[in-house]
Design a protein around this ligand. Sequence first.
Ligand SMILES: [Fe+2]
Ligand SMILES: [Fe+2]
Length: 320
Amino acid sequence: MEEIVLSKSADKFIKRLSKLSEKKQMSLIDSHPWDEEYSDKSWLKRRENLSIYGTKFYDLATEDERIRLAKNETGGWWAAFITFENLVTEYYMKLINHQSLAKFPNVTEYMLHFCKEEIVHSMVFRKAMEHFQIEPAEVSEFIKNFYEDNASMEEFPLKAIYLTIIIEWFAENNAMIDLKNDFVSPLAAAVAVEHNKEETRHIAWGKRMVSEFCNQVPGFMDEAREFTPGFLRGLIDTIFGNVDIIERVNFAHPAFQNYDDFFETILFSDNKKRIDEEIMTPIFEFFIEIEIYHPDYRSYWEESRFCYIIDNILKKNEKK
Ligand SMILES: [Fe+2]
Ligand SMILES: [Fe+2]
């Protein structure tokens, strides 16, 4: 394998990210309005982004059930964040301790900031779950076994870094569109906004790592072109397809007992398509730019039902 190099401009960029992390960090006490009073009437996400919105199930649910669903869907993400952020910290620390990226000292330094920030984040999510009295829902195996399945210590760790940034970026876009509403609890909104401030740097770092190395690591591009669409489909349907979350809401109407009909309806609704497009557009723009999306691999995007989003971006790009 040819020697893998990092450009000077990328090195400088990553060093700057470390400086920004040194300057300001999330506090477990001061960054959020923890004095908000608990109420079981608090909305933790925007109504229009409920899985059932725009379907017959929305009309069959009571207002209290919708509020409980919002709470459990948001809590489902928080629980997934806690699991994932603990795992990514463990994995990145392992890379640091194994000297996997020692050739790039500024990268290693930034990864230390990254890990420190993730530990604080997972503590904040835990605190928020306690505040809103949310019992953590079952986190999917896909998240729990993430680094066991996707990371080997022998290779240059680009695949795991790539998958990590996709998860972080996707989850952040999701969290930010969920809170776009006045009646969302200010504490729940602050949990998302404060997290996003630090995640924006994690994502910038990950994007830079991927665009620097994607054409240097042999085989990476072909593999990524194949698995990315299916991986993203699994990810974006994780919470809306979680039976445990639905059971926690305890819907009274018997129609909610027919899981086949229920999940088929919400996972294929027009509203879900709208939400998916809102979340995925910035990510797909990046994939088109660095050619992770490639017309030769279009069938994978079709199979994962993402082509309408890709085509809307391509159309927009043509007009530029
Ligand atoms: Fe985080
Ligand atoms: Fe992160």
